[in-house]
Design a protein around this ligand. Structure first.
Ligand code: NAP
Length: 284
């Protein structure tokens, strides 16, 4: 039976470490502040927004919401991002993506000051993540994967890691973060010839696919740690599931994250940590 690598204790550890940092900032007259920019009312965005508000609010981080209608123009969106960028009282900004059709994500991202980009939507933050420089912020979910591995004492240095998925939001940055921690990383995608073989060779498997049961028992072996980033709605079961066939994989591997209750529950704590760090950097 595998160890179930739950996100809650990881999130609790991150939050605990933030308490004195927030108190130091507030004591110096700086209220760490996150701006959330949302276009439309996508249920996924609303649910993440609620979680982010709750997490930040509980830590003494202020949240300011900017909500635009789906019919907003590119100019209106960029104006909001420029206002957030130039507001000295805002330290971090979260822009929900994907944006509705007709809005240009790349152009919108360029309107945001990279120093406030707490979820790596700007080219500068992504480059910093890929280069392992650490001057920008990595995407929160990607960093949550690494935080979870660290919390459970999973050795990354020298490990073979297989990341399934190559999106700029998760797959590639997770690969880059693991590589900068000296893992040997394979990144798989839809053209990978032998997905099961690539996964089985690895010590750490990270699934960021967006398709239920992509990682089944043929993809895993004893001793592995499997991190499931996927969030999929299982119509038949009427519940959220990951990309890993949990019931089939769990009896084989050394450790596996649940969905829900795994990586997803760490992400907002990483977001809060980024906002606090961005606020601290204004002192530097
Ligand atoms: P995405 O942009 O759709 O990327 C999916 C990746 O998976 C692509 O690179 C795709 O390959 C690859 N892929 C799809 N089917 C595959 C298969 N059968 N075999 C191998 N590779 C396959 O998705 P994303 O934005 O990265 O999100 C991935 C998952 O994470 C989704 O379920 C999303 O809901 C979830 N998510 C979780 C959190 C969290 O906090 N836990 C946050 C954000 C997203 P190609 O590049 O070849 O198409």
């Amino acid at each position: 039976m595998a160890e179930i690598l739950r996100g809650a204790p990881v999130a609790a550890g991150i939050q605990e470490a933030l308490v004195p940092r927030v108190s130091m900032l507030r004591g110096s007259g700086v209220v760490p502040t996150l701006a959330i920019v949302r276009v439309g009312e996508r249920p996924d965005d609303l649910s993440y927004e609620r979680a982010a508000e709750k997490r930040c609010g509980g830590l003494g981080i202020d949240v300011r919401k900017h909500v635009l209608p789906v019919s907003c123009s590119q100019r209106e969106l960029e104006d909001v991002l420029r206002r957030v960028s130039s507001d000295p009282l805002v330290h971090g900004c979260l822009l929900f993506r994907p944006l509705p059709e007709g809005l240009d994500e790349e152009a919108a991202s360029a309107a945001l000051d990279p120093s406030k980009d707490v979820d790596a939507i700007t080219e500068g933050s992504l480059l910093s993540t890929l280069a392992g420089r650490g001057d920008g912020f990595a995407p929160c979910t990607a960093e949550a994967v690494v935080a979870l591995l660290d919390h459970y004492g999973v050795g990354i240095d020298g490990a073979e890691a297989c990341v399934v998925g190559r999106s700029l939001v998760i797959g590639r940055p997770v690969g880059a973060l693991l590589l900068s921690r000296n893992a040997t990383v394979t990144v798989c995608h839809t053209h990978t010839r032998d997905l099961a073989g690539c996964c089985r060779r690895a010590d750490i498997v990270v699934a960021a696919v967006g398709r239920a049961a992509t990682i089944g028992p043929s993809c895993v072996r004893e001793g592995q740690v499997v991190v499931d980033v996927g969030i999929n709605w299982d119509e038949g079961a009427g519940r959220l599931v990951g990309d890993v066939d949990f019931d089939a994989v769990e009896p084989i591997v050394r450790g596996v994250t649940p969905v829900p209750g795994g990586v997803g529950s760490v992400t907002t704590s990483i977001l809060a940590r980024h906002v606090v760090e961005a606020a601290e950097r204004t002192f530097a």
